[in-house]
Design a protein around this ligand. Sequence first.
Ligand SMILES: [Zn+2]
Length: 325
Amino acid sequence: MLVQMPSECVIGVDLGGTKLLAGAVDADLRVHHRAMRPAQAPAQGAVLARVEEVVREAMDAVEAEVAAVGLGIPCLIDLRTGVAVSSPNLGVLAGAPVRDLMAERLGVPVYVDNDANAALLAEARAGAARGVSDAVLLTVGTGVGGALLLDGRLYRGSQGAAGELGHMVIEADGPRCQGACPNHGCLEAMASGTALAREARAAATAEPDSALGLAAAAGREVTGALVTDLAHDGDAVSIAVLELIGTRLGVGIASLVNIFNPEVVIVGGGVMAAGELLLEPARREMALRALPPSRDRVKVVATRFGAESGMLGAAVLALDGLAGA
Ligand SMILES: [Zn+2]
């Protein structure tokens, strides 16, 4: 059935560590057009130009009037000024007044927030945290991002820097963390897509006769996507690698459950292509480690909107911004 074009849309933009996704979205969060580009560019101006390009593609593709643009970016944002204060994974944006620069380029109001906050906003509005007042979101991709919904509001901390759930230590003497993080054994260092690929390479070497080992020996690059595909095909070694990563996620989730007593822990990001192969061991480990009564009622689930959570959440930012919320 054709979805009738509304008279007004917003554009939601998710600027991730690797890909840039824009969608023309109506007030009911229906997506009328999607545009995608690679996210990485060598300089600030080039990143912003690419954002402008996807937004214009989405604008031109819909007949509806575009009233505002929402932007979820992997940065710590000063919400008052719309400046990207810092960014571990997209450093070229550090210090950029992203909101004002993009509003100037696009000629419509622009609303900016952190990408994980945006993803949780979408899930809270219409997804896995709908009707919930306390929720935790983890995005497991190249790194591990996080966001907190506490008492019905996104929790930002005193400087907007709260919710760095990926930098919770789960192994004091674990491997050095990524990017600007000086810590060791963070959830991000132990259970991100990067960690998944590292463990998969080790498993391929240790088990050369497994499907994973044979794929590596045949020259295939051992990535999280490969190990996930092989696990779905039933390779026991690949399944065990995902179980290891899922178990580590469960260790982190147990602490989050004890600290925040959420109704739901939502897991998204690229690594969630593994689905239950990751979530099932995470749930099991959480239940072994967390305290009652929190552990007994909390649900650990996948995002409803998957790879589109961030884009849809950015659209919610724009819709709420227009409504003066
Ligand atoms: Zn860290």
